[in-house]
Design a protein around this ligand. Structure first.
Ligand SMILES: [Zn+2]
Length: 272
């Protein structure tokens, strides 16, 4: 006669299967919880990474919109406003916050004509990118460059063209610290055409003879004294040798100022 009860072997087998099933379910739950934990930690890591990246690389400043100066805009400006614009531009330069420009567009927009606001006479020095120093773009300023920012007939002719013909209203003579041309003039260097060039800086060396300290090119303070006198001398030369510009200055149609670029900081100090 067959009994309805399971045999002892069957009981053992059923219990075994039951335990295995429970273990498998437990394992699945364990794996599932583990997976969520891993995903969450990945998310945190991603957030932390983002925060660190943002700390190292601050967001790019919003570009200032700028278009090529028009004849009407140039006409409406005064020398004082243009000077202030240069000061503001130099502040952006030293703050490392210069304007982002669409150069291709500016090139195309400037084809029809140019109405620059100022003319800058700067030294040849490769470490002074003049437009960048004032955060200016295409068509904004005339830039004349010659070692030691000295004045000669061609420079005067260029300035007369800028102001009398093209309507610029501000002349800036910009010297700079650590100027090789100024140092060479102090050292009385004689070499090829450089000798004639340095002769134009010699008057500034003469003007600096009252300096009480060591009068050599190794003395940075002295080279700055000569460099600043060289700027002031160039301003006087412009007034003296260009009746065209001098008349415009006297009538306050234009203004002429000195400037000195600090090589260490990028800051320009104006002398009005
Ligand atoms: Zn120089």
């Amino acid at each position: 006669m067959l009994h309805a009860y399971p045999s002892p072997a069957m009981v053992v087998k059923t219990s075994y299967l039951h335990v295995v099933m429970r273990l498998k379910n437990g394992l699945y739950i364990f794996l599932f919880v583990g997976l969520i934990a891993v995903m969450q930690s990945c998310g945190h890591a991603e957030e932390e990474k983002k925060t660190v990246t943002e700390a190292i690389e601050p967001p790019i400043p919003k570009p200032v919109k700028e278009s090529v100066t028009t004849a009407e805009q140039q006409k409406a400006l005064t020398p004082a406003i243009i000077l202030q614009n240069l000061k503001d531009g130099n502040k952006r330069f030293t703050d490392n916050n210069v304007t982002a420009r669409d150069h291709s567009k500016l090139v195309r927009d400037a084809v029809a004509g140019q109405y620059p606001k100022s003319v800058i006479l700067s030294c040849l020095d490769s470490r002074i990118p003049v437009e960048d120093v004032f955060d200016k773009g295409i068509g904004d300023m005339f830039v004349a460059r010659v070692a030691g920012n000295v004045v000669n007939t061609d420079i005067l002719g260029s300035m007369e063209y800028a102001c009398k013909v093209s309507g610029s209203k501000l002349i800036v003579i910009m010297g700079h610290s650590n100027c090789g041309a100024v140092k060479s003039a102090i050292d009385n260097v004689q070499l090829g055409n450089i000798t004639g060039l340095l002769a134009r800086i010699k008057p500034a060396v003469q003007l600096s003879q009252t300096y009480a300290g060591e009068k050599t090119s190794k003395n940075i303070e002295y080279t700055d004294v000569v460099g600043n006198n060289n700027v002031l001398y160039a301003i006087e030369q412009v007034k003296k040798l260009s009746p065209v510009l001098n008349e415009m200055i006297q009538k306050e149609q234009i203004k002429i100022v000195g400037a000195y670029y600090d090589m260490k900081t990028g800051k320009v100090t104006f002398t009005e």
